[in-house]
Structure formats: structure tokens, C-alpha cells
Ligand binder design. Structure first.
Ligand code: XIL
Length: 346
């Protein structure tokens, strides 16, 4: 009798564990499910053609609730000739997002790179170039009015010293190209959250000081700017100290601005040294933790879906493995670190 009771208890416990195991498997959280629960926009930059294929499309929709247009809405692809706009790729991305209940971060209206030759080599006066930029912004932003949650309006306008870069727009229009770009974007889509975005301006340094001062000036003039994107292209042996990122987020919060991690990747030199994947995981964990603890951090995005889709090997020779899924879509330690961090901050 005693033996039978004991036996039943053992069986119940085993069945219980089994069911628990199955339910853990069935409800295994994804980045998206945890970010949804927390109300965080968790994004990835994508290309349109990939989304029509699996596992690229299915992985994007399973793991993320935000997609960033990696190249599709840059000046050159959308406006290749003075009188020609092309929106096929951007349409694919926006329609994919809508079909899967995701938000869109569009990138980027004004930048010094990926501009068409007709623009860069044109013979402009301040007035004629202002007209071109106004028309570009009104057309591109206007086309997706009400469908794009975040717009990166100005990308990478600051030098390391914290002054405005002497780029094409600065030379031909002057420093007010920035405020006009924000005003025109706001006119074209009054509900979109408008961002300034830059790299190496995550921690506290002259560049992030320059971005802070720029934001302060724009707000004082009543310019509709709503947030700052921290690109966060870092590497596994160095990333800005988390306390500095937090302090930078806080001072922008004090101005009433939101912040985002917009393009995070953590590059590793190739072949991957021993222990590097764990160091990479720690950096992803720390930066996401800072975002989750900041009052004003609204989104955290990766720049590319897998290591096979990352821009890093093309732009930093000898570097790669910068994302959280490997080239075969397998989760890396960095993926688990992001899951754990989201679980900890539920
Ligand atoms: C990169 C894309 O990922 C590449 O596919 C493209 O060839 C070049 O641009 N900072 C930015 C992004 O703001 O627009 C860049 O994207 C990466 C660096």
C-alpha cells in the first residue's frame, strides 16, 4: 500500500515535469513576445526581397515587432532621377510590417551617403536645393503618412568634435538644412516620431555633447524633433560604458526627448577568438539593460537579421559575426543574453 502511494506520487511528479517541459517548449518566449509584453519596440533592419522568402521573413515576424528600412528609403534608391521616385522595396517592407502587426522605422531622409549623382553633382543655389529637399521629403514621407511610426530625418550630421559636419547639405544650404528637414517631415506626417540619428554618440564625449546642444537649439526654436537614435555599432572588446549611455539618455530625457538604440551590432575580428561570443553577449546584455532602465528609451534595434545579412564584413574588412543569430539562423549567446535581459525586466 505504502509502495503504491509512493509510486503514484512519483508518477504524478514525472507527469507534472513532462507537462511543464512541453508547455515551456510550446510557450518558449521570443524577443518579440517579451518586448510586446514590456511595450518596447524591438527592431531589425531588413531588405524587401528577403522578406518574401523564409526563414528570413518568418524569423523577422517571429522575433521582432519593428522593422527598419535598411536601404530602401535612402535618397538614392527612392529618388534615382530628378523626376523619378521608386517605392517598390519600401512598399514591400511596409506591407510586410502591416501584415504582421509590426511597426516601421524609416531610414533616412537627409544624409551624406547613398545620394544619387544628379543630386551630388548638381549645380545648386541654396533656394533650388531647398526646393529639391522639400519636394523629396514631402513626397517620400507623404506617401506613407500614418503608416510609419518613426522617421530618421537627419542621419550623421555631427563631427567627432561636436560641430556640424561640413557635408553636402551644409555647404549648399547651410546649418538650417536640419531644422527645415524636421519641419517638412512633420508637415508631411504629423503623427510620425521624428529622430536625429548618429554613431559614436552613445556615451559621453564631444560628439554626443554636440548632439545634445543641437537638440537643445532645435527645441528652443520650436522645431518638431522628438528623439535621438544611438546607432551603437560597437565591438566586442570596447563599447561605451553603460553608465555613460544611461547618463546621455537621461540628459536627453530632461529635454523631453525619447531615445533609441537604432542600429546595434557588436563586431568581432575573424576568425572569432575564443570567448569573444560571450563578450559580445555581455555587451548586448548591458546596452539593452540600459535601454530598459531608461525612462525614455522607446526602441532597441539590430542592424541586420543574421550574421549573413550584416553590413559589417563589407565595411570593416576582417570583421564580422556582429549580430545575435549566426549565418544559419542559429541563436548565439548574444540572443540568449537579450532574452534573459528582457525576462529580467518584465
Ligand atoms: C548601411 C547598410 O547596412 C548597407 O547595406 C549599405 O550598403 C550601407 O549602409 N549607419 C547607417 C546606416 O546609418 O544607414 C548604414 O547602413 C550603416 C551605418
Amino acid at each position: 500500500m505504502r509502495f503504491r502511494i509512493f509510486g503514484s506520487i512519483v508518477i504524478c511528479v514525472l507527469v507534472g515535469f513532462g507537462a511543464f517541459g512541453v508547455s515551456r517548449w510550446a510557450f518558449k518566449p521570443t524577443l518579440r513576445s517579451l518586448a510586446d509584453a514590456r511595450g518596447l519596440d524591438f527592431g531589425v533592419s531588413v531588405g524587401g526581397s528577403g522578406l518574401r522568402t523564409d526563414p528570413y521573413g518568418s524569423t523577422t515576424a517571429r522575433e521582432f515587432n519593428l522593422v527598419a528600412t535598411e536601404n530602401a528609403l535612402k535618397f538614392e534608391p527612392t529618388h534615382p532621377n530628378p523626376d523619378e521616385y521608386t517605392f517598390d522595396e519600401a512598399d514591400t517592407i511596409v506591407e510586410f510590417a502591416e501584415a504582421h502587426g509590426m511597426s516601421v522605422e524609416a531610414h533616412a531622409l537627409v544624409w551624406q551617403n547613398q545620394n544619387p549623382d544628379w543630386l551630388m553633382n548638381g549645380d545648386w543655389t541654396r533656394e533650388t536645393l531647398m526646393d529639391v529637399l522639400h519636394d523629396h521629403i514631402a513626397t517620400v514621407v507623404g506617401r506613407y503618412r500614418g503608416r510609419i511610426k518613426y522617421w530618421v530625418v537627419v542621419n550623421e550630421a555631427m563631427t567627432d568634435e561636436g560641430v556640424l559636419a561640413d557635408n553636402f547639405w551644409m555647404q549648399n544650404i547651410g546649418p538650417d538644412y536640419i531644422e527645415w528637414a524636421f519641419r517638412w517631415a512633420h508637415e508631411a506626417d504629423p503623427d510620425a516620431v521624428l529622430l536625429y540619428n548618429d554613431f559614436n554618440a552613445e556615451g559621453l564625449n564631444p560628439k554626443s555633447g554636440g548632439v545634445y546642444n543641437l537638440m537643445k537649439d532645435l527645441l528652443a526654436k520650436g522645431v518638431p524633433v522628438h528623439g535621438v537614435g544611438f546607432q551603437t555599432h560597437v565591438y566586442y572588446v570596447w563599447s561605451p560604458p553603460p553608465a555613460e549611455i544611461a547618463a546621455n539618455m537621461q540628459r536627453l530625457n530632461d529635454l523631453g526627448l525619447q531615445v533609441q538604440i537604432t542600429e546595434m551590432d557588436v563586431r568581432i575580428d575573424q576568425p572569432v577568438p575564443e570567448g569573444a561570443l560571450e563578450m559580445q553577449a555581455d555587451i548586448f546584455r548591458e546596452v539593452l539593460g540600459v535601454c530598459l532602465e531608461a525612462e525614455n528609451c522607446t526602441a532597441f534595434s539590430l542592424w541586420g537579421l543574421t550574421d549573413a545579412h550584416s553590413w559589417i564584413p563589407y565595411f570593416y574588412e576582417g570583421w564580422g559575426s556582429a549580430l545575435v543569430l549566426d549565418g544559419d539562423y542559429r541563436p548565439k549567446p548574444a540572443y540568449d543574453a537579450l532574452i534573459e535581459t528582457l525576462e529580467k525586466h518584465k
